[in-house]
Design a protein around this ligand. Structure first.
Ligand code: FE2
Length: 260
């Protein structure tokens, strides 16, 4: 397995190094995506291992992780933004980059398709309904890993009072005073909060709490609880009745997933 992972890391590094003459700001943004990709890849492999998948499958999960955001680099150079709505769908862009650079040429064809499917759907609201379950294995792992890493980054940011506001994390939204009613009713109904209903930084945090409903595997819940991500988000919210109710609901949901 190591050999395939080494090759993927080398290919990832080579592609990353092929960009030159970047400004300090571009360099900084490149580094954020570079490190995120490697952490997500490692999480994918860890989840796959906890699920007792074969070594080959662990390796394929790693590949999905390491290349899932590879389109981000070209997106930033070409459009000067990571905002997909102002530029391109970065998942589609990643697939384009993978194909152009032959980054998955060593994979068996069937596995390659599963990895591409995982990358294509890592940023969508939900997985496609017309694809059979076993084709979506890496897609489920990648969605969990990506969320866990975003939770790692944002809880670091939320709990560090010295942190410089990072617009990719706050979406340049107003701070907000209360949870929007549409957002509150979605999470209380056990639904993933839709990005389009988010209107403030408080709503963003509630949306992030609602990710518990979109985590697929027990090992992912275990990582989430062990690293106290939900608790850390909650600790940064002012405690209204609805906030307390929401937190209780997602916490019980996550705890039950671990006991199950
Ligand atoms: Fe992404």
């Amino acid at each position: 397995m190591e050999k395939g992972i080494d090759l993927a890391q080398t290919n990832f590094q080579k592609y990353f190094d092929s960009f030159s003459g970047l400004s300090d700001e571009q360099n900084n943004n490149f580094l954020i995506k570079y490190e995120h990709s490697l952490r997500v890849a490692k999480l994918c492999a860890d989840i796959a291992q906890s699920l007792r998948l074969s070594e080959d499958e662990q390796e394929m999960a790693y590949l999905a992780g390491v290349f899932h955001d590879i389109g981000r680099f070209r997106q930033l150079i070409k459009f000067n933004t990571f905002d997909d709505s102002q530029s391109v769908d970065h998942a589609d862009y990643s697939i384009q980059v993978i194909n152009e650079n032959d980054l998955l040429s060593e994979c068996p064809e069937g596995e390659k398709n599963k990895i591409l499917l995982a990358i294509q759907y890592h940023n969508k609201h939900e997985l496609p309904k017309d694809v059979v379950d076993k084709e979506l294995l890496y897609a489920r792992i990648l969605r969990d890993a990506d969320k866990l890493d975003i939770l790692h980054v944002i809880t670091d940011y939320y709990t560090n009072p010295k942190a410089v506001p990072n617009h990719t994390l706050t979406w340049e939204m107003p701070k907000g005073g209360v949870v929007s009613s549409e957002v509150a009713s979605q999470i209380m109904a056990g639904k993933l909060v839709s990005k389009t209903d988010v209107a403030s930084q408080i709503d963003i945090k509630i949306m992030q709490l609602s990710w518990v409903y979109d985590i697929n595997f027990k090992p992912s819940f275990e990582i989430m609880m062990k690293r106290r991500y939900m608790e850390k988000i909650y600790s940064t919210l002012s405690k209204s009745d609805i906030v307390i109710e929401i937190y209780r609901k997602v916490k019980v949901f996550a705890e039950n997933k671990i006991l199950a």
